[in-house]
Design a protein around this ligand. Structure first.
Ligand code: F0G
Length: 463
């Protein structure tokens, strides 16, 4: 059976508000046509992110009541440490409030000004931390990842030639670590193959370079390996996850995704010396080593979520539900990022709104139009998110200009996704009417979060 109904049932419900089109036009105007600035209560189906938006299980909620809120030595920390050692296989665990807390620590410890940090496509906060510490991010993902239409099984793979060229050009001593994301968020949630992870590790070790994984959606990556890579069909998700991380010296983790919690993260490491330095930074920026940035109850929910995420039925349904939405759009001829990835369906706004120039922010405009049409909230992942080049001040112009419809874990039913599909198809039929946008306010860093816009011309889409 390739796709089955939810492997859970509903015990608690959270009502959502139904809004009128007039109310939504007003709301998006007040939000500066930026879906980040909408009030959540004005949203019907919230596909802004899969980060911290999971529904926790009864088992996790029960664990919350067992929170040991001691400043030092909380039993929940030891449960968490054991779960991470067992599932990911790293001996040293540093709890942080979320992923970027871990990114801050590892980037500050390892990157020196003038260094280069190769990675399989950038992620916003990851790159921002690398640059803040004087590093230059270098994209070493395979070329196919930048083309939304190419269908290959492991579109998140590292191009080993690009990696080797960089090592030869700048020297291994200028590369503090290779940063590998499993899966690759901005490439559409695309996975990396086990063979590729193994090869990156071998090449890195040949040159004495560390490999740090971004583990944020590694369980989804493990599912794709099981489904697509020869020799893994009969292995358990747990075994595959352990093998993935055997090719890394450490990982940063936003546990708000895979691990089914609303807040939390960690840095996990293999080297004691770096672990010790990391805990010194931890006490400055996050908290004492046995809680980092987390309450005892949060660590307990995270420890339990770390086992729930590797449940075979859970992960098959999770990826299946994302595909359920994606397939409806593909069947209707909507341009989407192919193949459908692990956490989201990405609309190809460049193809969808081919009448707009990229500097008219097509993905930003499409996300706003979708909200007005049906109360569905997605997120721009294109030129606005990519920001400006820190040296020239010009807009980075990524080839991918996408609207991300991100699927929270265990939250919505398939009927919700029928509504989303219907609305996207409806907009596609009148796509020529969707206008471009221009900045009214442009913040200097991570401008997609708080920037505001207005349409470049009057249009029935927003009136
Ligand atoms: N790495 C990846 C691949 C991510 O997707 C994120 C967050 C982070 C690191 C940072 O983690 O938010 O816990 O500090 N992604 C969210 C998203 C924000 O919506 O994709 P964080």
């Amino acid at each position: 059976m390739s796709y089955f109904a939810e492997p859970y049932k509903i015990k608690v419900v959270e009502p959502i508000k139904m809004t009128t089109r007039e109310e939504r036009i007003q709301a998006i105007k007040e939000a500066g046509y930026n879906t980040f600035l909408l009030k959540s209560e004005d949203v019907y189906i919230d596909l802004l992110t899969d980060s911290g938006t999971s529904a926790m299980s009864d088992n996790q909620w029960a664990g919350m009541m067992l929170g040991d809120e001691a400043y030092a030595g909380s039993r929940n920390f030891y449960n968490l440490e054991k779960a991470i050692q067992d599932v990911y296989g790293f001996p040293y665990v540093v709890p942080t409030h979320q992923g970027r807390g871990a990114e801050n620590i590892i980037s500050s410890l390892l990157i020196k000004p003038g260094d280069y940090v190769p990675g399989n496509m950038y992620f916003t906060t990851t790159r921002a931390h690398q640059e803040r510490n004087g590093g230059t991010f270098v994209d070493i993902i395979i070329d196919e990842a930048h083309d939304p239409a190419v269908e290959i099984p492991f579109k998140g793979n590292v191009d080993l030639n690009k990696l080797e060229d960089l090592i030869n050009r700048v020297g291994a001593d200028k590369i503090p670590y290779i940063s590998v994301a499993v899966t690759v968020n901005l490439a559409g949630g695309q996975p990396v193959s086990m063979a590729n992870l193994r090869d990156v590790h071998t090449l890195a070790k040949k040159h004495g370079i560390r490999v740090i994984f971004d583990a944020t959606r590694a369980v989804e990556n493990a599912f794709f390996i099981k489904e697509r890579e020869e020799g893994y069909a009969d292995k358990s998700i747990k075994e595959i996850v352990r093998e993935i991380f055997s090719y890394a010296d450490g990982c940063t983790m936003s546990a708000k995704k895979d691990n089914l919690v609303n807040i939390g993260g960690f840095l996990a490491l293999r080297e004691e010396e770096i672990y010790e330095e990391a805990t010194e930074m931890l006490v400055l920026f996050e908290g004492f080593p046995t809680y980092g940035g987390l309450a005892g109850r949060d660590m307990e929910a995270l420890a339990r979520g770390t086992y729930e995420m590797i449940d075979e039925a859970y992960i098959a349904h999770r990826v299946g539900q994302v595909r359920y939405l994606g397939d409806q759009l593909i069947n209707a001829g909507i341009p989407v990022m192919r193949p459908i990835g692990g956490h989201a369906v990405f609309l190809d706004a460049r193809a969808f709104l081919s009448h707009l120039d990229q500097e008219e922010f097509p993905a930003q405009s499409l996300a706003a139009a979708l909200y007005v049409d049906s109360g569905v909230r997605g997120m721009e992942r294109g030129i606005v998110s990519a920001g400006r080049d820190i040296k020239t001040g010009e807009n980075h112009k990524p080839r991918l200009e996408l609207v991300r419809l991100t699927i929270p874990r265990r939250v919505y039913t398939d009927r919700h996704f029928d509504v989303v599909a219907e609305s996207v198809i409806n907009l596609y039929e009148k796509r020529e009417e969707i206008p471009g946008l221009k900045f009214v306010y442009e913040p200097k860093t991570l401008r997609f979060f708080t920037g505001s816009f207005e349409p470049t011309k009057k249009s029935p889409i927003f009136e």
